[in-house]
Design a protein around this ligand. Structure first.
Ligand code: HEM
Length: 421
């Protein structure tokens, strides 16, 4: 332990602002990972859309431009549009992850709409309500130590919840070993999403992707022979005789599992850290549970697990004064968009009464988060569990909080010891 535990400060993370220089700005640092909000005021005031010399990529912090980039299909998620030396080497060294990044039906624009239509019923609010017993059961299974333990690691407590939920919904056998391997593989696979990831991380991602492909491929074959009440059986039934359907299901379910795993667990840990720092908001929620839905979105706006969403310009595109040249990477930060003062008054204030219709947290346009209802449901019930069972004596020491290694795509806590009683 690094010293006596102190009550966490009641500060807003954005108040200790730092300066910003587009030429040297680097978001892949520990300081930015811990508190990107410190940079937002200067970026919004000076240059909320700029070409980063360091990464040769556009960076978008402006709400209106960000929404346009995310919904304009001339900005593609397919990496083969990226004019970057060395990309051919990537295909040779990491064939599985590269196949997924270029050909997953969630990335490949020609397949995207038909693929999404296949999934639309599975993640509607009514479908989520049918999964309620799975979700609440998984939360109870992992969060039970809150009721009696003296100390827990908040991050470890939450780490397995989203992956366990999704793998049970998909139809992966719920034996502990299979689930644990699956969780690790999903996290490893996600390392591939970072466009500037290290070779070591991309090697790990390749291993994880191989495991996911095998496990989902086996499941698809099993469900062809013996359908059950799970997502893969539903997808097979809905797809009929479509050619390539088995391969598309493997690629798209792998994307789905990964899209819903680290995003949700990091969101949950960040939201709870915020509530532990802001006991006034915690108390407000305890007094009025009706505020929980609004709190989930406001806590996501305030502390967001994704740094940047990645697109590549397929042709020259002009938005306002900016010309996004063909082949350039365009990085949009929804966290930055959610702190755009043109749209969100006093963004450093946590305000559960904001008009939430303009919240950017689940994206915009064709690629709007497919799992948004599932994510919101999980976050709401995880927070509710904490409201019920977190003792008033709970304290954490900010000095002992550890963060994941800096990355361009995701940010999240690696460890947060929490003394409960
Ligand atoms: C708090 C947790 C989550 C956050 C913050 C989040 C956020 C997002 C965002 C911003 C996008 C748009 C990406 C883009 O435009 O490039 C997205 C897409 C997506 N999300 Fe989520 N997500 C979360 C949880 C989930 C969950 C639980 C699932 C699983 C079902 C999921 C599945 C997906 C899928 C499949 C896409 C791609 C949709 C498409 O391409 O049509 N997400 N998510």
């Amino acid at each position: 332990m690094s010293g006596p535990l102190q009550p966490p400060p009641l500060d807003a993370v954005g108040c200790d602002a730092v300066d910003f220089d587009p030429a040297s700005f680097d978001p892949v640092t520990a300081a930015y990972t811990v508190a990107p909000q410190r940079w937002f005021p200067a970026i919004h005031a000076r240059s909320p859309v700029f070409l980063s010399g360091r990464y040769d990529a556009w960076m978008v912090f402006d709400y209106a431009v960000g929404k346009t980039v995310l919904s304009d299909l001339r900005f593609s998620r397919d990496r083969s549009n990226w004019e970057r030396p060395g990309e051919q080497r990537a295909v040779e060294r990491w064939p599985l992850t590269e196949v997924l990044r270029r050909e997953s039906p969630f990335v490949n624009q020609a397949k995207h709409r038909a693929n999404r239509a296949m999934y639309s019923g599975a993640f509607k609010p009514s479908a989520i309500r049918r999964m309620e017993h799975i979700i609440l059961g998984v939360i109870e299974e992992y969060c039970a130590p809150l009721r009696s333990a003296r100390e827990v690691d908040l991050v470890a407590l939450l780490a397995s919840i989203p992956n366990t939920v999704i793998s049970r919904v998909v139809g992966i056998a719920p034996e502990a070993q299979a689930e644990a391997r699956f969780k690790d593989a999903a996290s490893q696979f996600l390392l591939a999403s970072s466009p500037f990831g290290s070779d070591a991380n991309r090697d790990l991602a390749e291993q994880g992707t191989g495991y996911l492909f095998d496990a989902i491929g086996e499941l698809v074959e099993r469900r062809r022979r013996q359908p059950a009440d799970d997502l893969v059986s539903g997808l097979l039934e809905g797809a009929g005789d479509r050619p390539d359907v088995g391969r598309d299901i493997v690629l798209s379910v792998a994307s789905l599992i990964s899209a819903g795993t680290d995003t949700t667990r990091h969101s949950a840990a960040l939201a709870l850290r915020t509530l532990l720092r802001r006991r006034d908001v915690l108390a407000q929620l305890r007094r009025d549970r009706q505020l929980l839905d609004a709190a989930v979105l406001e806590l996501l706006r305030y502390e967001f697990p994704a740094k940047f969403l990645v697109r590549f310009a397929t042709e020259d595109v002009r938005i306002g004064d900016h010309l996004f040249e063909q082949g350039k990477m365009v990085l949009t930060t929804l966290h930055g968009c959610g702190w755009d003062p043109q749209v969100f008054d006093d963004p450093a204030r946590i305000d559960l009464g904001r008009d939430q219709r303009r919240y950017p947290v689940f994206g915009h346009g064709e690629f709007y988060c497919l799992g948004a209802h599932l994510a919101k449901f999980q976050l709401k019930h995880i927070i509710a569990y904490f409201l019920d069972h977190l003792p008033d004596t709970a304290l954490f020491d900010e000095q002992r909080v550890e963060w994941e290694a800096p990355d361009m795509v995701l940010r999240g806590l690696a460890s947060m010891p929490l003394t409960l009683r």
